[in-house]
Design a protein around this ligand. Structure first.
Ligand code: ADP
Ligand code: GLC
Length: 513
């Protein structure tokens, strides 16, 4: 779904900068479980570089409070369905983007993950936690929280913020709304009893609104009510219109297709830059690619693998969930082990079964496989810097950031041609390598044989004499996936959403009632 540029008027009335309230449930470096945090921590900065007045609002998790100190309480509010007073704390993201933390300790002051308890089970009151958050965001958006600032548009991200467009829809003086889908697989579904307990307007219990096969769907609040909907790559924007990727929401998305666009994520090259990354032992760039191997040697030492600068090191980092296809990596492991001189490093956490299987693999092949179960941001940087190849056999991938980090770090990606992976990695052929276009290896079906064929192609390519491999890796390092282009696309969409609000999907129904 290609986007065309047009001249953007970046101001609201009287040439004042456009005011955007950006909201998500996580943002790097305050709190992170995946790529959503990378986007919410970097896109607001890119937008503010274009002169927009952007403010970020997040739940006040303990890590977020600690990492954004000093904070100041600026106001307090009450929201329906939650008995305690909510404090709004103000700080700064990256020292400059105004940041509001929604401080409701009984909802958000919990150890560990924002969504799950220590055993990985969803917190049982997630419905209440995130509707209360959405109500607080809506209150800020309408200036009911009296912060003396009223946004022109609220940019919501994923199901945790999905109810914001729905809650704002009936307000005559509401700001425009944009909802970005980072992953349609996570929808925030709750039973009817929970819906009632959340004190949502009864007319929302309707298939045109939040009702989804007998459940209340938070993500539908965004998909049905937002003025515009975006997702994080052009290919995923097409995929989610199909049964295979739509999770039953494809009909609604088709209905909204004229206000649905795919905008590829950018990455923050200030954080992910092998020439200056403080987390990696040896800096390198396209002119000093020959130094990259030092990172490999240091990682081998760190993780207890045999130290061999000539080893062919495969890396993988990610949430251990079905989406990411780590089981396929385990399926091709025998082939990797049979191939002399290969090593595999995996960093991830998630499904206990996959964690166990990975542990077993590293125990069985300690000289070939190193596994680190857990979450370690710095180690993720060191793996990107050390790896020759990065494996990403995701079954689906809305955008994917790791392949973009891999490209920058000269870790040639091997990816399933889906979603954002299809939009960012170009399969190698002798011709497009010479043209400087090829950047990796792609395969069409997420199964063991297809992944293995791609891995074999990479191994053969690596064994070619001369500088073929280096040229391929350096091509990848030269790609530009900074936010500049994508942030411009968002500016376009913000303006369209502000200029032409979408009709309220249940206005008709309410009138008939
Ligand atoms: P997703 O958002 O689906 O998890 P992405 O590729 O968009 O996938 O982003 C994942 C982000 O989370 C990357 O920044 C990646 O480095 C990071 N990440 C995932 N798992 C871990 C982990 N175990 N340790 C450190 N970083 C991780
Ligand atoms: C999601 C997707 C991932 C995407 C990230 C940031 O978690 O799974 O593909 O890169 O969000 O948009």
């Amino acid at each position: 779904m290609p986007l065309s540029f047009k001249v953007v008027n970046m101001s609201s009335h009287n040439n004042a900068p456009l005011k955007i309230l950006f909201t998500a449930s996580e943002a790097h470096p305050l709190i992170k479980t995946g790529g959503l945090a990378d986007v919410a921590g970097s896109l607001p900065i890119a937008l503010s570089n274009f002169g927009l007045d952007v403010r970020l609002v997040l739940p006040a998790y303990p890590d977020a409070i600690q990492r954004s100190a000093p904070l100041q309480e600026v106001t307090s509010i009450r929201v329906p369905g939650f008995t305690e007073t909510i404090r709004i704390l103000e700080g700064r993201l990256a020292g400059r983007i105004p940041l509001y933390l929604v401080d409701a300790p009984s909802l958000f002051n919990r150890p560990g993950n924002p969504y799950t308890d220590a055993s990985g089970k969803n917190w049982s009151d997630n419905g209440l936690r995130f509707i209360s958050f959405c109500r607080a965001v809506a209150s800020i958006a309408l200036n009911h929280a009296e912060l003396g600032w009223r946004p022109d548009l609220v940019h919501c991200n994923d199901w945790q913020t999905g109810l914001v467009p729905a809650l704002l829809s009936s307000e005559w003086n509401r700001p425009a709304t944009l909802f970005t889908i980072h992953n349609l697989a996570y929808q925030g579904l709750y039973d009817e009893e929970t819906f009632q307990s959340l004190r949502l307007p009864p007319e929302f219990w309707n298939p045109a609104a939040l009702e989804f096969h007998g459940h209340c769907s938070f993500i539908k609040g965004g998909l049905a009510f937002a003025d515009w909907v975006t997702t994080v790559s052009p290919t995923y924007a097409l995929e989610i219109l199909t049964k295979a990727f739509g999770y039953g929401l494809e009909g609604l998305l088709q209905h909204r297709a004229s206000r649905l666009k795919g905008v590829l994520n950018g990455i923050d090259y200030a954080i992910w830059n092998p020439a200056s990354d403080p987390a990696i032992p040896q800096h390198f760039d396209t002119n000093s690619f020959n130094l990259k191997y030092i990172n490999k040697v240091r990682l081998q030492q760190e993780l207890g693998l045999p130290v061999k600068e000539g080893a062919f090191l495969f890396g993988h980092i990610g949430r251990l969930v079905e989406q990411k296809g780590v089981d396929l990596i385990l399926d091709v492991l025998p082939g990797l082990i049979r191939t002399p001189n290969t090593q595999l490093v995996i960093l991830g956490s998630g499904s206990p079964e996959l964690e166990k299987a990975l542990h077993q693999a590293s125990k069985q092949h300690p000289d070939r496989v190193a596994v680190f179960i857990g979450y370690d941001e710095q180690l993720a940087h060191r793996i990107e810097a050390a790896s020759d190849c990065f494996l990403m056999p995701s079954r689906f991938e809305p955008c994917g950031l790791n392949q973009l980090y891999s490209l920058r770090y000269g870790a040639v990606p091997i990816v399933h041609r889906t979603g954002g992976l299809n939009d960012t990695v170009i399969d190698v052929s002798p011709r497009n390598l010479l043209d400087g276009i090829a950047t990796g290896f792609t395969f069409d079906t997420p199964d063991k044989n297809s992944l293995w064929r791609a891995v074999e192609r990479a191994i053969q390519f690596k064994n070619r004499p001369g500088v073929w491999w280096d040229n391929l890796a350096i091509n990848g390092m030269k790609q530009n996936f900074s936010w500049d282009t994508s942030a411009r696309h968002y500016l376009d969409i913000y303006q369209e959403a502000i200029d032409s609000p979408a009709p309220n999907p249940i206005a008709d129904i309410t009138e008939r009632i």
